[in-house]
Design a protein around this ligand. Structure first.
Ligand code: KQY
Length: 364
C-alpha cells in the first residue's frame, strides 16, 4: 500500500454511485455496551440479517474484535470473510475508506474521523481505533491510499451520483466539531478534488434528532442519475416537516452536474420511534452518564438503505408506512430484490443500515 500525495481528481479517479456495480462491501461487528442495548446481542442478530442479504451478491468482509471474532464467525454465513480488526464501534460507512476508481484500479481515501464532532459534540472518546481503520483496510485490500486525515469527514455525510454531483448537509459539514477553520468554499473544494465532483448541492438539515449532526444518508439519496428519494412527512406539527420541505425546495430549484433537474420521490417517515425505559436499562453508561434517555426520539428514516448488486437492504420499523416504503423502493429498483430488515435494534445505536455498510466499487 502506497500513500499518494496527489488527489483523485488530478489522477482521474472518482467515487462511483452506490447503484453502480460493486466488488464488495465492508461491515464491522457491533459490541460496545454503551451504544448497543443488552450487550449488543440483538444488534448482532440484526447486523447478521443485513450481512446475509448483502453477501448474496457481493464479497462481504466483516471486521470483528478479538473478543467477538468467534461469535462473528459462528453467526455469519461461510461466504462472508471475517477478519479480526480493532475499532471503537461499528460504523463502516463513516470510517472505512471511501473507495475511488479510474475504472481499472481501486484506491481508498482516508478522511479524518473524530466521532462526529471530537471534543465539541462528538459521541464517544476515544475514537483512535476507528480512525485507523481506513488505513488498515487499504492495507488489507492492498490498494493505494489518499491520506486526507487532516480533513474531518464521515462517509455518511456525502452522497454522489458518480456523474459529477455530490449532495451533503450544511448542518453536518459546517458544524463546529469538524473543520471549524475551513470556509464552506474550502470544504466544497475538498469534496470536488477528492470525490471528483464538480457540483455540490447543500441541503440545510437532515433528520430531526440525528446525532451525527444530520448526515445526508438519512434524509436523501440517489436512486439513479438525477433521481433521489427524500425522507418526508405531511404533518406540519412534526419537527421533520420544515427540514424536509426545505430539502424539497432546494432540490427542486437545483440541477445536477449535467444540468438535469431532479426527480424527487417522497419517502414517508415512520411514526416517531422512541427510546424506552427497557432500552435504557440495557445500556451501559459512558463516563457515568446514560447514553440514551427514555422518550428520546431516534432518527428513524427509510432512506438509510444499502443498494447491493442484486438487492436493496432497507430498514423497517413495524410501522404502517413500512409497506408504502417497500412499494416505492420496489418501483424504483425493478432489477433488485427488496429486503426489508426490522431495524430498531440498529437504530438504537444512532444510525441504520447504510451507516453500517461501505461499498467497494467493481473495477475491470
Ligand atoms: O449514522 C451514522 N452514520 C453513525 C451514527 C453513530 C452514532 C453513535 N452513537
Amino acid at each position: 500500500m502506497k500513500i499518494i500525495s496527489s488527489t483523485p481528481k488530478k489522477d482521474g479517479f472518482y467515487m462511483p454511485a452506490e447503484f453502480s456495480p460493486h466488488y464488495g462491501c465492508i461491515m464491522i461487528f457491533p459490541e460496545r455496551a454503551d451504544s448497543w442495548t443488552y450487550g449488543a446481542y440483538a444488534a448482532r442478530k440484526a447486523f447478521v440479517k443485513v450481512a446475509e442479504a448483502i453477501s448474496e451478491s457481493e464479497k462481504l468482509t466483516v471486521c470483528a474484535s478479538a473478543k467477538q471474532y468467534e461469535n462473528a464467525r459462528r453467526m455469519l454465513p461461510e461466504r462472508v470473510r471475517v477478519v479480526e480488526m480493532s475499532s471503537n464501534d461499528c460504523w463502516a460507512r463513516d470510517y472505512a475508506p471511501t473507495f475511488v476508481t479510474n475504472g481499472k484500479e481501486l484506491r481508498g481515501i482516508n478522511w479524518g474521523f473524530n466521532a462526529w464532532g471530537g471534543l465539541v459534540d462528538g459521541l464517544y472518546f476515544p475514537w483512535d481505533l476507528d480512525d485507523k481503520m481506513a488505513r488498515k483496510l487499504c492495507d488489507l485490500y492492498d490498494i493505494d491510499m489518499y491520506d486526507l486525515s487532516s480533513f474531518i469527514l464521515e462517509g455518511g455525510s456525502v452522497h454522489v451520483d458518480g456523474e459529477g454531483t455530490c449532495i451533503t448537509t450544511e448542518a453536518c459539514l459546517l458544524s463546529k466539531g469538524r473543520n471549524p477553520d475551513l470556509t464552506k468554499v474550502e470544504i466544497e473544494n475538498f469534496l470536488c478534488e477528492y470525490l471528483n465532483v464538480n457540483k455540490v448541492i447543500w441541503l440545510e438539515n437532515g433528520i430531526f434528532g440525528d446525532e451525527t449532526n444530520e448526515h445526508v444518508d438519512n434524509i436523501c439519496t440517489f436512486t439513479a442519475p438525477a433521481e433521489v428519494v427524500l425522507a418526508w412527512t405531511d404533518d406540519p406539527s412534526d419537527p421533520q416537516y420544515k427540514p424536509s420541505q426545505r430539502c424539497f425546495e432546494i432540490l427542486s430549484q437545483s440541477t445536477d452536474a449535467k444540468g438535469r433537474p431532479f426527480k424527487i420521490h417522497k419517502l414517508h417517515c415512520p411514526a416517531p420511534v422512541l427510546v424506552t425505559e427497557k432500552d435504557c436499562e440495557g445500556l451501559d453508561t459512558m463516563d457515568f452518564k446514560p447514553t440514551r434517555t427514555a422518550g428520546e426520539r431516534l432518527a428513524a428514516s427509510y432512506v438509510n438503505f444499502y443498494i447491493a448488486n442484486n438487492a436493496v437492504v432497507m430498514p423497517i420499523f413495524d410501522d404502517p408506512n413500512d409497506e408504502k416504503a417497500v412499494e416505492l423502493l420496489t418501483n424504483l429498483f425493478p432489477t433488485r430484490k427488496i429486503v426489508p430488515v426490522p431495524a430498531r435494534d440498529i437504530l438504537i445505536g444512532g444510525g441504520n443500515i447504510h451507516c453500517i455498510t461501505q461499498q467497494i466499487p467493481l473495477v475491470e
